[in-house]
Design a binder for this molecule. Structure first.
Ligand SMILES: [Zn+2]
Length: 249
């Protein structure tokens, strides 16, 4: 590891510690997510990424930060039960409730398999009530194995950037049939001013729950503090679909 890399690691660890301290027991904040914007816009939005995932991308901007992949667990889907996702803490804490459940190897355990999910700041172009174009910052997040990440990867390989273009982002189907499509539409014509755009701290977006509180959290309980625990989770009546309909359960 180089000194630069070590310095970066220290900075990331400090940021994560600070985020946990500021975020109360939950250590995460509620943000506008892509699935909410899609639901509000007939399942199709035009959007741009406000950050690169790759630090060596041609439009990489350290001030704006980068998209990030976190390893997470989610509660296996059961109608009426709480549905929650949180970061895997196996590496950071040495213990992880999700990993323990996954290791049981019973009927339900495979639903606890850890997976990676990418988070990145993005901007949607939508119309307000007067028909004027407005730019809405949001957090775009998808599982690493999702087709839509392959589509993004393919664009990044060709262009060495993901921030130079407006994408048409579409959702079709529901629940296990949900599909997302990310299609580049046009080069940037009159872009938003990225300097004026609010960026979310992605470290706080994926819930980072201390090990001793994970069982309660995944079961749908409140875990103290004043932070909302509803950002990626909610309990709903059996017929209702979960708040996080971005999951490919
Ligand atoms: Zn884990």
């Amino acid at each position: 590891m180089s000194l630069k890399a070590l310095k970066k690691q220290f900075a990331e660890e400090d940021a994560a510690r600070k985020a946990r301290a500021e975020g109360g027991a939950g250590g995460f904040v509620k943000v506008l997510r892509d699935y909410t914007l899609l639901a509000e816009n007939n399942n199709v939005i035009r959007m741009r990424f406000a950050q690169e995932f790759d630090e060596d991308a041609k439009n990489a901007n350290a001030d704006r930060g980068f998209g990030v992949f976190f390893t997470e667990h989610a509660t296996p889907y059961k109608p009426g039960a709480a549905f929650r996702t949180a970061r895997c803490t196996k590496e950071s804490e040495g213990n992880c409730y999700g990993c323990e459940r996954y290791a049981v190897r019973d009927e339900e355990s495979k639903g606890w398999r850890p997976f990676q999910r990418g988070y990145v700041n993005a901007i949607a172009e939508t119309k307000n009530e007067d028909g004027e174009t407005v730019y809405v910052p949001f957090v775009w997040a998808q599982k690493a194995r999702a087709d839509v990440i392959s589509q993004l990867m393919s664009y990044a390989e060709d262009e060495d950037t993901i921030t130079d273009v407006v994408f048409k982002y579409t959702k079709t189907g529901e629940k296990t049939d949900t599909k997302y499509l990310l299609v580049p539409t046009r080069a940037d014509v009159t872009p938003f001013d990225p300097e004026g755009v609010e960026l979310y701290d992605l470290e706080k977006v994926s819930p980072n729950i201390p090990y001793e509180k994970q069982a309660i959290f995944y079961a749908g309980g409140k875990i103290g503090g004043t932070e909302s625990t509803e950002s990626t989770a909610t309990s709903k009546p059996a017929a209702a679909k979960p708040a996080t309909d971005d999951e490919d359960w």
